[in-house]
Design a protein around this ligand. Structure first.
Ligand code: ZN
Length: 145
């Protein structure tokens, strides 16, 4: 699953941009109005432009934040979520995912270590999330056919 752009800034703007930018746009439109009243055409253009840009970005962030484009969609309940895991929105849905995977594929999966060709017996639960790295495979029992 695709992660949305990380970083504290991106998170901050995703969280608060939907409030800050429309407010900023409103302020720019107010300055636009003042400049218009004063007949100051340079500032009319500047504030109109700034207002429209802030509004456009604000609307875009609101769409991301509340309407789910680019965010994760829970593969169990289909809910769009912002915080959470890679595939599911909550612990409950994660448990449900694990249950379904175990029902379909069994409790363990054969995982072959790329570098050595040795197969390990890894619980499905560990594979789903957070995932198993190659160097961690040693802690699992060997796969016996
Ligand atoms: Zn869910």
């Amino acid at each position: 699953m695709k992660r949305h752009p990380g970083g504290k800034m991106a998170k901050f703007w995703l969280q608060y941009g939907g409030f800050i930018l429309p407010a900023l746009a409103g302020y720019q439109f107010y300055l636009f109005y003042l400049a218009y009243s004063a007949g100051d055409w340079l500032y009319v253009a500047v504030h109109l432009f700034a207002g429209l840009v802030a509004l456009a970005v604000g609307v875009w962030i609101i769409k991301l934040r509340w309407f789910g484009k680019g965010r994760g969609r829970c593969i169990i309940c289909q809910k769009v979520y912002n915080e959470g895991r890679e595939m599911t929105c909550s612990d409950e849905c994660h448990e449900e995912l694990v249950r379904r995977m175990v029902a379909q594929f069994g409790e363990f999966k054969k995982v072959v270590r790329q570098s050595t060709g040795v197969a390990y017996r890894v619980p499905i639960r560990d594979i789903i999330e957070p995932g198993v790295r190659e160097q961690e495979l040693d802690r699992y029992p060997l796969w016996e056919d």
